[in-house]
Ligand binder design. Structure first.
Ligand code: FAD
Ligand code: NAP
Length: 542
C-alpha cells in the first residue's frame, strides 16, 4: 500500500472507554492515531447495552477515569452506582472535552488486521474494504462486546419483536401492553427483569441456572458525599491501583455485614446462629465470612443461608425452590447485585419457567415450547450474555508473522504474555486482554493501567528508534502456566462452575479460565517490573 491519508502510527479498534483514553494518550505522546468503531458513537458497553435497568455495579466515584484531575473534579455522579444513561453521558462528555471524535471513524467495522512482514506494519481492513496502515495496532475491542444469541430451533419463526440486552435499540422499547418472554438470568437479566416487569402486561422468565445475587442498596449521592469523595480522590485512586479488584468500596456500606470486612469463619458457626443471621440481615449476612471464598464446605453452608433467604422472600414455595441455586459454588461466576430482583417474582404479572425441569425445545411464532409445555408471548428478549474476552478478537481475521492466524494460535484457548501481547503478532496490543485482571476488576482501573503501559511502550520504542516489540514464546508459555496456576483451587475453576470466564457459555469454546486472578495491584507491579528490567520477556528490535 502506498503512503496515504490512511497511514498512522497507531490504529485503534474500538471507541469504548479503552479506545477513547488510548486516543487521548497517543495524541499527548505526539503520535498519529485513528480509532475505528463499529457503533455510531462512543461509549462501547454503555452505547450498546441500553436495556432497562442497565447500570454499573462499582461505585461511580471509582468507575471513572483518574487521568485528568480536571475531569475528575468537574464530573458529578448522581448515584452510588450510575445508570447506563449517565455513564454514556460521561463518555460523551469525555469525547467532547478532549475533542476525540475528530479522530474516530464511526460505523466502521474492522474485518481483518494483517501484519505485513516486509513493511513491518499492520494493514487493517474494514468490512467495506477500506484499508488503514499503521506501525502499531491496538485492539480495544472490549471483553463483553459480542452478544451471544443461542442457536435455538425455530428462532427465525418468532413473529414478534426480538431484542438482545447487549444490542438494545437507542430509542428504547415501549413495553406497555406487551407480553414478554426473557431468556436468561445473568447480570443483565437480573437488572432488566424488575424494570421490565413494571412496564409489561406479563413477563415470562426462562431460567436455565439460578444465580446468586446480593442487594445493591443503590441510592442518590449527597452533595456532601460527592465533595468529600472529590477531595479524597488522590487517596482513593492510590488504593484502587494497589487493591485486588480495583475497588475501594467508596460509597458502599449500608449496615449489617455490608459494613464488615469478611473476617469470620462460617465453619465455626452453628446452624441456629446462621439461621438467626439470615433472619436479621438477609442475604448480606453471608458477607462477613472469609472462608466462603476459599473452602468448598464453607461455601456450601453460605449457599444454604442464601437459599433460606430466598425461601423467606418468595411467597410461592415452588417459585422459591426454582430460584435456589444448588449445583455450583457461590463466587464461581461474576458477582451480581440487584434492586428488587427476588421481590419481582412475587408480582402477579411475572412467571418463572425453571428450565431444569425441561428445557427449551423450539421457539414458535408466538412463544417458546419447552419440555414442560408452551409459553406464549409477543416480544422476546435474549439476556443470554456474550462471547466474552476472546469473541471480538476472534471475529477479526488477525494474522501475524508467517500469515499465522490468531484463531490458530488460540485454538486451545487464548495465550498471551501479560494479556498485552501475543507471540508471533508483533506490535499488536490488546487492552484488558485474556491473561490480565480485566473482567475480574473495576475495568476503568485496568483500562487506564493498560493504556498507560502501551503508550509508554510505544514512546520508549520511538525514542530509541526501535520498530518491533513481541513477547518470546517462553515468556508467553510461562505466563499462561502462571495464569492457570493462580486460578487453580479457587471457586472460579470449581469443576461444577460453568461461567463465561471459562468460556463455558459458548458451545465448542475451549474451557480455559481466561482472566488473571492475581489481583490488580500485584499485576501492576509485575508489569512495572517487566519495564524496569528492560521489557523482560519481550524482544524489541530495530
Ligand atoms: P467496550 O466498551 O466493549 O468497547 C469496545 C468497542 O469496540 C465497542 O464499541 C465495539 O463496538 C467496538 N468493536 C469491537 N469489535 C470491533 C470491530 N471489529 N470493528 C470496530 N469496532 C469494534 N465493568 C466494570 O468494571 N464495572 C461494571 O459495573 C460493569 N458493568 C457492565 C455492565 C454491562 C451490561 C456490560 C456488558 C459490561 C459491564 N462492565 C463493567 C464491563 C465493561 O465492558 C467495561 O467496564 C468497559 O466499559 C469496557 O470498555 P472497553 O472500551 O474496553 O470495551
Ligand atoms: P451472562 O451472565 O452470561 O448470563 C446469560 C444468561 O443467559 C444465563 O442465565 C444463561 O444461563 C442464559 N442462557 C444462555 N444461553 C441460554 C440458552 N440457550 N437457554 C437458556 N438460557 C440461556 O450474561 P449477562 O447477564 O449479559 O452478563 C454478562 C456480563 O456482563 C456479566 O457477568 C458482567 O460482567 C457484565 N454485566 C455487568 C452488569 C453490572 O451489574 N454491572 C450488568 C450486566 C452485565 P446459564 O447460566 O445456564 O448459562
Amino acid at each position: 500500500m502506498k503512503p496515504s491519508q490512511n497511514e498512522f502510527d497507531v490504529v485503534v479498534v474500538g471507541a469504548g472507554f479503552s479506545g477513547m483514553y488510548l486516543l487521548h494518550k497517543l495524541r499527548q505522546a505526539g503520535l498519529s492515531a485513528r480509532v475505528l468503531e463499529a457503533g455510531t458513537d462512543v461509549g462501547g458497553t454503555w452505547y450498546w447495552n441500553r436495556y432497562p435497568g442497565a447500570r454499573c455495579d462499582v461505585p461511580s466515584i471509582e468507575y471513572s477515569f483518574s487521568f485528568s484531575p480536571e475531569l475528575q473534579q468537574e464530573w458529578q455522579w448522581t448515584e452510588v452506582m450510575a445508570a447506563q444513561p449517565e455513564i454514556l453521558d460521561y463518555a460523551n462528555h469525555i469525547a467532547q472535552r478532549f475533542d476525540l471524535r475528530s479522530d474516530i471513524e464511526f460505523s466502521t467495522r474492522v474485518a481483518s488486521a494483517h501484519f505485513q512482514e516486509d513493511e513491518q506494519r499492520w494493514r487493517v481492513t474494514t468490512d467495506s474494504g477500506v484499508e488503514y496502515a499503521a506501525r502499531f495496532c491496538v485492539m480495544a475491542t472490549g471483553c463483553l462486546s459480542v452478544p451471544n444469541t443461542p442457536q435455538i430451533t425455530g428462532a427465525d419463526n418468532f413473529a414478534g419483536d426480538v431484542f438482545h440486552t447487549g444490542n438494545w435499540p437507542a430509542d428504547g422499547v415501549d413495553f406497555s401492553k406487551r407480553r414478554v418472554g426473557i431468556i436468561g438470568t445473568g447480570s443483565s437479566a437480573i437488572q432488566a427483569i424488575p424494570v421490565i416487569a413494571e412496564q409489561v402486561e406479563h413477563l415470562t422468565i426462562f431460567q436455565r441456572t439460578p444465580n446468586y445475587t446480593m442487594p445493591a442498596h443503590n441510592r442518590p449521592l449527597s452533595d456532601d458525599f460527592r465533595k468529600q469523595a472529590i477531595e479524597n480522590y488522590d487517596e482513593i485512586r492510590q488504593q484502587q491501583r494497589e487493591s485486588q479488584v480495583g475497588i475501594v468500596g467508596y460509597g458502599f456500606g449500608f449496615g449489617g455485614a455490608d459494613n464488615v470486612e469478611p473476617t469470620e469463619a462460617i465453619l465455626e458457626t452453628t446452624e441456629a446462629e446462621r439461621a438467626a443471621l439470615v433472619e436479621e440481615e438477609g442475604f448480606v449476612a453471608i458477607r462477613r465470612f472469609a472462608d466462603v471464598a476459599i473452602d468448598p464446605e464453607a461455601n456450601e453452608l453460605a449457599c444454604d443461608m442464601y437459599r433460606q433467604q430466598i425461601g423467606r422472600v418468595i411467597h410461592n414455595p415452588e417459585t422459591a425452590e426454582a430460584l435456589m441455586p444448588r449445583d455450583y459454588p457461590m463466587g464461581c461466576k461474576r458477582p451480581v447485585i440487584d434492586t428488587d430482583y427476588y421481590e419481582t417474582f412475587n408480582r402477579s404479572n411475572v412467571s418463572l419457567v425453571d428450565l431444569r425441569k425441561g428445557g427449551i425445545e423450539t421457539i414458535t411464532a408466538n412463544g417458546v415450547q419447552t419440555a414442560q409445555g408452551n409459553y406464549e408471548f409477543d416480544t422476546l428478549v435474549y439476556a443470554t450474555g456474550f462471547d466474552a474476552m476472546t469473541g471480538a478478537l476472534q471475529k477479526i481475521d488477525i494474522r501475524g508473522r508467517n500469515n499465522e492466524r490468531l484463531n490458530d494460535h488460540w485454538e486451545a484457548g487464548p495465550r498471551t504474555y501479560l494479556g498485552l501481547q501475543i507471540n508471533g503478532f508483533p506490535n499488536l496490543f490488546t487492552v484488558t486482554g485474556p491473561g490480565s485482571p480485566s473482567v475480574l476488576s473495576n475495568m476503568l482501573v485496568s483500562i487506564e493501567q493498560h493504556v498507560d503501559w502501551i503508550t509508554e511502550c510505544i514512546e520508549h520504542m520511538r525514542d530509541r528508534q526501535l520498530r518491533l516489540i513481541e513477547p518470546t514464546l517462553a515468556a508467553e508459555d510461562e505466563w499462561v502456566v502462571h495464569v492457570n496456576e493462580v486460578a487453580e483451587g479457587t471457586m472460579f475453576t470449581a469443576p461444577s462452575c460453568n461461567s463465561w470466564y471459562l468460556g463455558a457459555n459458548i458451545p465448542g469454546k475451549p474451557r480455559i479460565f481466561m482472566p488473571y486472578v492475581g489481583g490488580v495491584g500485584e499485576y501492576r507491579k509485575k508489569c512495572d517490573e517487566v519495564v524496569a528490567n528492560d521489557y523482560e520477556g519481550f524482544v524489541l528490535s530495530a
